[in-house]
Design a protein around this ligand. Structure first.
Ligand SMILES: NC(=O)c1ccc[n+]([C@@H]2O[C@H](COP(=O)([O-])OP(=O)(O)OC[C@H]3O[C@@H](n4cnc5c(N)ncnc54)[C@H](O)[C@@H]3O)[C@@H](O)[C@H]2O)c1
Length: 352
Protein backbone atom coordinates (compact mmCIF):
# COMPACT_ATOMS: atom_id res chain seq x y z
CA UNK A 1 0.00 0.00 0.00
CA UNK A 2 1.29 3.46 -0.90
CA UNK A 3 0.15 6.75 0.65
CA UNK A 4 0.57 9.68 -1.75
CA UNK A 5 1.62 12.84 0.05
CA UNK A 6 1.81 16.52 -0.80
CA UNK A 7 4.43 18.51 1.08
CA UNK A 8 3.48 22.09 1.81
CA UNK A 9 6.45 24.33 2.63
CA UNK A 10 9.76 23.39 1.03
CA UNK A 11 12.11 25.12 3.49
CA UNK A 12 14.23 23.57 6.25
CA UNK A 13 11.58 21.10 7.42
CA UNK A 14 10.14 20.60 3.93
CA UNK A 15 13.54 19.31 2.81
CA UNK A 16 14.00 17.26 5.98
CA UNK A 17 10.55 15.65 5.74
CA UNK A 18 11.00 15.04 2.01
CA UNK A 19 14.11 13.01 2.85
CA UNK A 20 12.05 11.09 5.42
CA UNK A 21 9.29 10.36 2.86
CA UNK A 22 11.87 9.22 0.32
CA UNK A 23 13.27 6.87 2.97
CA UNK A 24 9.76 5.38 3.32
CA UNK A 25 9.26 4.50 -0.37
CA UNK A 26 7.25 2.48 -1.41
CA UNK A 27 4.89 2.89 1.59
CA UNK A 28 4.89 6.64 0.94
CA UNK A 29 5.37 8.66 -2.22
CA UNK A 30 5.76 12.44 -2.65
CA UNK A 31 3.36 13.35 -5.48
CA UNK A 32 3.10 17.13 -4.96
CA UNK A 33 5.03 20.00 -3.37
CA UNK A 34 3.78 23.52 -2.69
CA UNK A 35 5.77 26.60 -1.77
CA UNK A 36 5.51 30.30 -2.56
CA UNK A 37 9.04 29.85 -3.90
CA UNK A 38 8.72 27.73 -7.02
CA UNK A 39 12.49 27.17 -6.93
CA UNK A 40 12.15 25.49 -3.54
CA UNK A 41 9.23 23.31 -4.57
CA UNK A 42 11.13 22.24 -7.69
CA UNK A 43 14.29 21.53 -5.71
CA UNK A 44 12.42 19.22 -3.30
CA UNK A 45 10.70 17.43 -6.17
CA UNK A 46 13.98 16.89 -7.99
CA UNK A 47 16.02 15.81 -4.97
CA UNK A 48 13.47 13.58 -3.27
CA UNK A 49 10.86 12.56 -5.86
CA UNK A 50 12.87 12.15 -9.04
CA UNK A 51 11.33 15.40 -10.36
CA UNK A 52 7.94 13.64 -10.65
CA UNK A 53 6.07 15.55 -7.91
CA UNK A 54 3.68 18.21 -9.23
CA UNK A 55 4.52 21.78 -8.18
CA UNK A 56 1.88 24.08 -6.72
CA UNK A 57 2.08 27.75 -5.70
CA UNK A 58 -0.06 27.34 -2.59
CA UNK A 59 -1.97 24.99 -0.32
CA UNK A 60 -5.30 25.46 -2.11
CA UNK A 61 -3.84 24.30 -5.42
CA UNK A 62 -2.17 21.33 -3.73
CA UNK A 63 -5.40 20.32 -1.98
CA UNK A 64 -7.20 20.39 -5.33
CA UNK A 65 -4.72 17.84 -6.70
CA UNK A 66 -6.62 14.51 -6.82
CA UNK A 67 -3.39 12.52 -6.49
CA UNK A 68 -2.82 13.85 -2.97
CA UNK A 69 -4.14 11.63 -0.11
CA UNK A 70 -2.23 13.20 2.78
CA UNK A 71 -0.45 16.48 3.42
CA UNK A 72 2.72 17.17 5.33
CA UNK A 73 2.59 20.77 6.60
CA UNK A 74 6.03 22.37 7.04
CA UNK A 75 4.97 26.03 7.21
CA UNK A 76 5.53 28.90 9.66
CA UNK A 77 3.43 28.58 12.80
CA UNK A 78 0.61 31.05 12.01
CA UNK A 79 -0.22 29.00 8.90
CA UNK A 80 -0.73 25.71 10.76
CA UNK A 81 -4.34 26.34 11.78
CA UNK A 82 -5.68 27.48 8.37
CA UNK A 83 -3.72 24.73 6.60
CA UNK A 84 -4.98 21.95 8.89
CA UNK A 85 -8.58 23.20 8.59
CA UNK A 86 -8.36 23.35 4.78
CA UNK A 87 -6.74 19.93 4.53
CA UNK A 88 -9.36 18.37 6.81
CA UNK A 89 -12.16 19.96 4.76
CA UNK A 90 -10.58 18.43 1.65
CA UNK A 91 -10.48 15.01 3.37
CA UNK A 92 -6.67 14.70 3.40
CA UNK A 93 -4.78 13.12 6.31
CA UNK A 94 -2.44 15.56 8.03
CA UNK A 95 1.08 15.38 9.39
CA UNK A 96 1.88 18.86 10.71
CA UNK A 97 5.06 20.35 12.12
CA UNK A 98 5.02 21.69 15.65
CA UNK A 99 3.50 23.66 17.26
CA UNK A 100 -0.08 22.46 16.76
CA UNK A 101 -1.22 26.11 16.43
CA UNK A 102 -0.99 29.42 18.28
CA UNK A 103 -3.86 29.41 20.77
CA UNK A 104 -6.21 27.12 22.66
CA UNK A 105 -9.15 28.52 20.67
CA UNK A 106 -7.36 27.47 17.46
CA UNK A 107 -6.75 24.04 18.98
CA UNK A 108 -10.51 23.65 19.57
CA UNK A 109 -11.27 24.57 15.96
CA UNK A 110 -8.74 22.02 14.77
CA UNK A 111 -10.27 19.32 16.97
CA UNK A 112 -13.73 19.96 15.50
CA UNK A 113 -12.34 19.84 11.96
CA UNK A 114 -10.56 16.53 12.61
CA UNK A 115 -13.66 14.99 14.22
CA UNK A 116 -16.02 16.17 11.48
CA UNK A 117 -13.79 15.04 8.61
CA UNK A 118 -12.60 11.75 10.11
CA UNK A 119 -9.07 12.35 8.83
CA UNK A 120 -5.99 11.16 10.70
CA UNK A 121 -4.04 13.99 12.30
CA UNK A 122 -0.51 13.64 13.60
CA UNK A 123 1.78 16.26 15.07
CA UNK A 124 5.41 15.98 13.97
CA UNK A 125 6.96 14.94 17.29
CA UNK A 126 10.07 13.41 15.74
CA UNK A 127 12.07 13.14 18.94
CA UNK A 128 9.58 10.60 20.34
CA UNK A 129 11.41 8.17 18.07
CA UNK A 130 14.86 8.72 19.60
CA UNK A 131 15.88 5.19 20.69
CA UNK A 132 17.03 6.21 24.20
CA UNK A 133 13.64 7.82 24.88
CA UNK A 134 11.74 4.84 23.49
CA UNK A 135 13.70 2.54 25.81
CA UNK A 136 13.42 4.85 28.82
CA UNK A 137 9.64 5.00 28.42
CA UNK A 138 9.56 1.20 28.28
CA UNK A 139 11.59 0.92 31.52
CA UNK A 140 9.27 3.41 33.21
CA UNK A 141 6.12 1.66 31.95
CA UNK A 142 7.39 -1.72 33.23
CA UNK A 143 7.71 -0.16 36.69
CA UNK A 144 11.42 -1.01 36.95
CA UNK A 145 12.19 2.33 38.58
CA UNK A 146 9.12 2.49 40.81
CA UNK A 147 7.35 5.77 41.35
CA UNK A 148 8.85 8.66 39.38
CA UNK A 149 9.69 11.75 41.42
CA UNK A 150 11.37 14.18 39.03
CA UNK A 151 11.95 14.36 35.28
CA UNK A 152 14.16 16.91 33.59
CA UNK A 153 14.00 17.58 29.87
CA UNK A 154 16.54 19.82 28.16
CA UNK A 155 16.36 21.17 24.64
CA UNK A 156 19.05 23.77 24.18
CA UNK A 157 21.46 25.03 21.55
CA UNK A 158 23.17 28.34 20.81
CA UNK A 159 21.25 29.57 17.79
CA UNK A 160 23.59 31.58 15.58
CA UNK A 161 21.16 31.48 12.62
CA UNK A 162 19.57 34.82 13.50
CA UNK A 163 23.02 36.47 13.54
CA UNK A 164 24.51 34.90 10.41
CA UNK A 165 21.32 34.46 8.34
CA UNK A 166 22.69 31.09 7.27
CA UNK A 167 19.99 28.57 6.31
CA UNK A 168 20.05 25.51 8.57
CA UNK A 169 20.20 23.22 5.50
CA UNK A 170 20.98 23.86 1.83
CA UNK A 171 17.88 25.59 0.39
CA UNK A 172 16.89 26.87 -3.04
CA UNK A 173 16.16 30.65 -3.22
CA UNK A 174 13.34 31.89 -0.98
CA UNK A 175 12.70 33.60 2.34
CA UNK A 176 15.11 33.04 5.23
CA UNK A 177 14.10 30.41 7.78
CA UNK A 178 14.92 33.01 10.42
CA UNK A 179 12.95 36.02 9.09
CA UNK A 180 9.44 34.87 10.06
CA UNK A 181 10.75 33.73 13.44
CA UNK A 182 11.46 37.39 14.33
CA UNK A 183 7.73 38.14 14.24
CA UNK A 184 5.58 37.08 17.18
CA UNK A 185 2.44 37.22 15.00
CA UNK A 186 3.93 34.42 12.91
CA UNK A 187 5.58 32.38 15.66
CA UNK A 188 2.96 32.84 18.40
CA UNK A 189 5.65 33.29 21.03
CA UNK A 190 9.36 32.68 21.26
CA UNK A 191 11.79 29.84 21.71
CA UNK A 192 9.62 27.84 24.14
CA UNK A 193 6.75 27.44 21.65
CA UNK A 194 9.28 26.68 18.89
CA UNK A 195 12.23 24.50 19.94
CA UNK A 196 10.97 24.14 23.51
CA UNK A 197 8.00 22.20 22.09
CA UNK A 198 10.30 19.16 21.70
CA UNK A 199 11.44 19.34 25.31
CA UNK A 200 7.83 19.72 26.45
CA UNK A 201 6.45 16.67 24.63
CA UNK A 202 9.45 14.66 25.83
CA UNK A 203 8.67 15.68 29.42
CA UNK A 204 5.01 14.72 28.99
CA UNK A 205 5.98 11.39 27.42
CA UNK A 206 8.26 10.58 30.38
CA UNK A 207 5.59 11.61 32.89
CA UNK A 208 2.82 9.57 31.25
CA UNK A 209 0.45 11.47 33.50
CA UNK A 210 -1.70 14.57 33.05
CA UNK A 211 0.01 17.90 33.84
CA UNK A 212 -1.99 19.76 36.49
CA UNK A 213 -0.07 22.97 37.12
CA UNK A 214 2.73 24.99 35.57
CA UNK A 215 4.94 27.93 36.36
CA UNK A 216 7.81 29.44 34.41
CA UNK A 217 10.50 32.04 34.03
CA UNK A 218 11.46 33.36 30.62
CA UNK A 219 14.46 35.40 29.52
CA UNK A 220 16.11 36.82 26.47
CA UNK A 221 19.88 36.51 26.92
CA UNK A 222 21.31 36.35 23.41
CA UNK A 223 18.74 37.25 20.74
CA UNK A 224 17.38 40.77 21.42
CA UNK A 225 16.22 40.86 17.79
CA UNK A 226 13.52 38.33 18.76
CA UNK A 227 10.18 39.67 19.95
CA UNK A 228 9.79 36.67 22.23
CA UNK A 229 12.04 34.88 24.72
CA UNK A 230 15.15 32.92 23.74
CA UNK A 231 15.17 30.88 26.97
CA UNK A 232 12.59 29.27 29.21
CA UNK A 233 12.65 27.34 32.47
CA UNK A 234 9.31 25.65 33.07
CA UNK A 235 8.16 23.68 36.13
CA UNK A 236 5.23 21.31 35.78
CA UNK A 237 3.42 19.22 38.40
CA UNK A 238 1.72 16.05 37.16
CA UNK A 239 -1.34 14.23 38.48
CA UNK A 240 0.96 11.35 39.54
CA UNK A 241 2.78 13.76 41.87
CA UNK A 242 5.88 13.85 39.68
CA UNK A 243 7.54 17.22 39.15
CA UNK A 244 8.85 18.04 35.69
CA UNK A 245 11.51 20.56 34.74
CA UNK A 246 11.95 21.81 31.19
CA UNK A 247 15.05 23.83 30.34
CA UNK A 248 15.07 25.17 26.80
CA UNK A 249 17.17 27.79 25.07
CA UNK A 250 18.55 29.33 21.90
CA UNK A 251 21.12 31.20 24.00
CA UNK A 252 23.26 28.34 25.29
CA UNK A 253 23.92 24.71 24.41
CA UNK A 254 23.03 21.77 26.58
CA UNK A 255 25.29 21.28 29.64
CA UNK A 256 28.54 19.35 28.99
CA UNK A 257 26.95 16.07 30.17
CA UNK A 258 24.63 16.41 27.14
CA UNK A 259 21.61 14.69 28.70
CA UNK A 260 18.32 15.38 26.93
CA UNK A 261 16.43 13.87 29.85
CA UNK A 262 17.02 12.63 33.39
CA UNK A 263 14.50 10.86 35.61
CA UNK A 264 14.89 10.36 39.35
CA UNK A 265 12.58 7.69 40.74
CA UNK A 266 11.92 5.50 43.76
CA UNK A 267 14.39 2.72 42.88
CA UNK A 268 16.85 4.36 40.53
CA UNK A 269 17.53 7.01 37.97
CA UNK A 270 17.97 7.17 34.22
CA UNK A 271 19.53 9.66 31.87
CA UNK A 272 19.56 9.71 28.09
CA UNK A 273 20.55 11.55 24.96
CA UNK A 274 20.55 10.70 21.26
CA UNK A 275 23.32 8.11 21.57
CA UNK A 276 23.11 6.75 25.08
CA UNK A 277 20.84 5.63 27.91
CA UNK A 278 22.17 5.11 31.45
CA UNK A 279 20.17 3.29 34.10
CA UNK A 280 21.44 3.54 37.68
CA UNK A 281 19.45 1.40 40.14
CA UNK A 282 20.13 2.68 43.68
CA UNK A 283 22.61 0.59 45.65
CA UNK A 284 24.20 -1.08 42.61
CA UNK A 285 27.91 -0.52 42.07
CA UNK A 286 27.77 0.51 38.40
CA UNK A 287 25.01 1.81 36.17
CA UNK A 288 23.92 -0.11 33.08
CA UNK A 289 24.66 1.72 29.84
CA UNK A 290 23.33 1.30 26.32
CA UNK A 291 24.64 3.13 23.30
CA UNK A 292 22.74 3.68 20.08
CA UNK A 293 23.62 4.47 16.49
CA UNK A 294 22.16 7.83 15.47
CA UNK A 295 18.80 7.48 13.71
CA UNK A 296 16.92 9.82 11.37
CA UNK A 297 13.98 10.43 13.70
CA UNK A 298 12.01 12.17 10.92
CA UNK A 299 12.08 8.95 8.89
CA UNK A 300 10.69 7.04 11.88
CA UNK A 301 8.05 9.72 12.38
CA UNK A 302 6.84 9.28 8.79
CA UNK A 303 6.93 5.49 9.23
CA UNK A 304 4.71 5.89 12.30
CA UNK A 305 2.32 8.18 10.38
CA UNK A 306 2.06 5.47 7.72
CA UNK A 307 1.52 2.79 10.39
CA UNK A 308 -1.39 4.84 11.73
CA UNK A 309 -2.96 5.54 8.32
CA UNK A 310 -2.30 2.20 6.67
CA UNK A 311 -2.45 -0.25 9.57
CA UNK A 312 -4.63 1.58 12.10
CA UNK A 313 -1.92 1.65 14.77
CA UNK A 314 -2.62 3.99 17.69
CA UNK A 315 -1.05 7.39 17.15
CA UNK A 316 1.68 8.63 19.48
CA UNK A 317 1.28 12.30 18.60
CA UNK A 318 -2.45 12.80 18.16
CA UNK A 319 -4.35 16.07 18.58
CA UNK A 320 -4.81 15.11 22.27
CA UNK A 321 -1.02 14.87 22.80
CA UNK A 322 -0.30 18.08 20.89
CA UNK A 323 -3.06 20.05 22.60
CA UNK A 324 -1.68 19.01 26.01
CA UNK A 325 1.78 20.30 24.98
CA UNK A 326 0.20 23.57 23.83
CA UNK A 327 -1.69 23.88 27.12
CA UNK A 328 1.55 23.49 29.12
CA UNK A 329 3.46 26.03 27.01
CA UNK A 330 0.70 28.63 26.87
CA UNK A 331 0.19 28.04 30.61
CA UNK A 332 3.93 28.70 31.06
CA UNK A 333 3.62 31.95 29.10
CA UNK A 334 0.69 33.06 31.27
CA UNK A 335 2.55 32.03 34.44
CA UNK A 336 5.64 34.02 33.42
CA UNK A 337 3.63 37.09 32.41
CA UNK A 338 1.52 37.08 35.60
CA UNK A 339 4.22 35.70 37.93
CA UNK A 340 2.04 32.92 39.26
CA UNK A 341 1.33 29.20 39.03
CA UNK A 342 -1.32 28.34 36.46
CA UNK A 343 -3.72 25.41 36.92
CA UNK A 344 -4.08 23.10 33.91
CA UNK A 345 -7.67 21.79 33.65
CA UNK A 346 -8.54 18.34 32.35
CA UNK A 347 -9.78 19.93 29.10
CA UNK A 348 -6.47 20.72 27.31
CA UNK A 349 -8.00 23.74 25.60
CA UNK A 350 -8.53 25.54 28.91
CA UNK A 351 -6.23 27.29 31.39
CA UNK A 352 -6.95 27.92 35.05
N1 LIG B 1 11.09 19.16 14.17
C1 LIG B 1 12.11 19.99 14.12
O1 LIG B 1 13.20 19.69 14.57
C2 LIG B 1 11.91 21.34 13.46
C3 LIG B 1 13.02 22.09 13.09
C4 LIG B 1 12.80 23.29 12.42
C5 LIG B 1 11.52 23.75 12.17
N2 LIG B 1 10.46 23.01 12.59
C6 LIG B 1 9.08 23.47 12.31
O2 LIG B 1 8.83 23.36 10.91
C7 LIG B 1 7.97 24.42 10.48
C8 LIG B 1 8.62 25.16 9.34
O3 LIG B 1 9.84 25.72 9.80
P1 LIG B 1 11.12 25.84 8.85
O4 LIG B 1 12.27 26.07 9.73
O5 LIG B 1 11.13 24.71 7.88
O6 LIG B 1 10.77 27.20 8.07
P2 LIG B 1 11.37 27.68 6.67
O7 LIG B 1 11.22 29.16 6.68
O8 LIG B 1 12.73 27.10 6.43
O9 LIG B 1 10.38 27.02 5.61
C9 LIG B 1 9.05 27.46 5.45
C10 LIG B 1 8.71 27.38 3.96
O10 LIG B 1 7.34 27.73 3.80
C11 LIG B 1 7.20 28.54 2.63
N3 LIG B 1 5.98 29.32 2.78
C12 LIG B 1 5.75 30.35 3.62
N4 LIG B 1 4.48 30.79 3.48
C13 LIG B 1 3.89 29.99 2.55
C14 LIG B 1 2.59 29.92 2.01
N5 LIG B 1 1.62 30.75 2.41
N6 LIG B 1 2.34 28.97 1.07
C15 LIG B 1 3.31 28.13 0.64
N7 LIG B 1 4.58 28.15 1.15
C16 LIG B 1 4.86 29.07 2.07
C17 LIG B 1 8.46 29.37 2.62
O11 LIG B 1 8.73 29.88 1.31
C18 LIG B 1 9.51 28.38 3.09
O12 LIG B 1 10.12 27.70 2.02
C19 LIG B 1 7.69 25.26 11.71
O13 LIG B 1 6.49 24.84 12.26
C20 LIG B 1 8.85 24.93 12.64
O14 LIG B 1 8.57 25.10 14.02
C21 LIG B 1 10.63 21.81 13.20
Amino acid sequence: MTTRVGIIGAGWMGVTHAQAWQNNVPRGEIVAVADVSEARARDVSERFAGGRARLHPDLEALLGDPAVEAVDICLPHHLHRPSILAAAAAGKHVLCEKPLCLSLAEAREIKSAIDESGITFMSAHNQLFTPSLVEARQLLAEGTLGKTYLARSTEAGRNTGFKTGQPPVALAPGASSWSWRLDKMQTGGGEVLDTGWHGAYRLLALADSRPVEVTAMLANFYLPELEGEDTGVVLVRFESGMIGLLVTSWAFPNAPDGWSFQVSAERGSIAGHARKLVHAPYGQPAPAERTFEPVHTFTREVTHFLDVIQAGEPGQATWEHAARVLQVILGAYTAAAERRTVALPEDPTELG
